[in-house]
Design a protein around this ligand. Structure first.
Ligand code: SF4
Ligand code: SF4
Length: 212
């Protein structure tokens, strides 16, 4: 591989489909539920980050983690490490890998009644392609411009994921400002969880996120 011609090529080793639970946005679990049924795939989701609404008394889940199967692999991982839903709807976190989330911070301003977030990304060293070309890639991976060039599709899907995350927080900010919700940044473990997509649509029926 020439240095001036480096571009990410997935080796289809499937390692990233066995590494950890898959982080999803709220609407993505609805899409995956639809896809899983005809494939006879059983899904298990655990709520991730949630914000508590003092008015309705529920935790509004903004992220979910799809659990790996008993064999330690994603339940959608098929033969020859092929993703069973690749051509239907592959989660944004999978599309963007190995350009992956390093941290997400959520902010809730109770005076201005605004919710927003900041995410940072990194290149995962768990990826087989990165491991293989690590020494050659190292200087390039420090440069944001070159990262975008090498990981053109992956950064594009990551940007889409962050745009959707912002849409959720924008909608919640609107509901907060008009008095339908009263947000407290920490979830309450004694209260039930509600999917943010379904929650927002109770108040804003036209709120829609169309999968790419
Ligand atoms: S959804 Fe597909 S790409 Fe994502 S972890 Fe599962 S098998 Fe891998
Ligand atoms: S670990 Fe990297 S090379 Fe292997 S399947 Fe995942 S993205 Fe592709």
């Amino acid at each position: 591989m020439r240095k001036d011609n480096i571009r990410f090529v997935c080796l289809r080793c499937g390692l990233c489909c066995m590494a950890s639970p898959i982080s999803l946005l709220p609407h993505e679990i609805l899409v995956l539920n639809d896809l899983a049924a005809p494939l006879n795939v059983k899904l298990k989701f655990v709520e991730g980050y949630a914000v508590y609404d003092r008015i309705s008394g529920v935790n509004v889940a903004l992220t979910y983690h799809m659990q790996l199967g008993n064999n330690g692999k994603c339940v959608f991982l098929g033969k020859n490490n092929l993703c069973l839903i690749h051509n239907r709807y592959k989660p944004l976190i999978c599309r963007s890998f190995p350009y992956t989330i390093k941290s997400i911070n959520y902010y809730f301003d109770p005076v201005a009644k605004i919710a927003f977030h900041r995410s940072s990304y990194t290149i995962s060293l768990a990826c087989e392609f990165i491991k293989k070309h690590k020494s050659m890639l190292e200087p390039y991976l420090k440069d944001e411009f070159l990262i975008k060039k090498f990981f053109d599709d992956e950064t594009r899907y990551a940007n889409l994921m962050e745009k959707y995350r912002s849409m959720y927080l924008l909608a919640l900010s609107y509901l907060w400002r008009v008095g339908y919700v009263d947000l407290a940044s920490d979830a309450r473990t004694d209260r039930p969880y509600v999917n943010a997509y379904l929650f927002i649509r109770r108040y804003i029926p036209y709120f829609a996120i169309r999968p790419y």
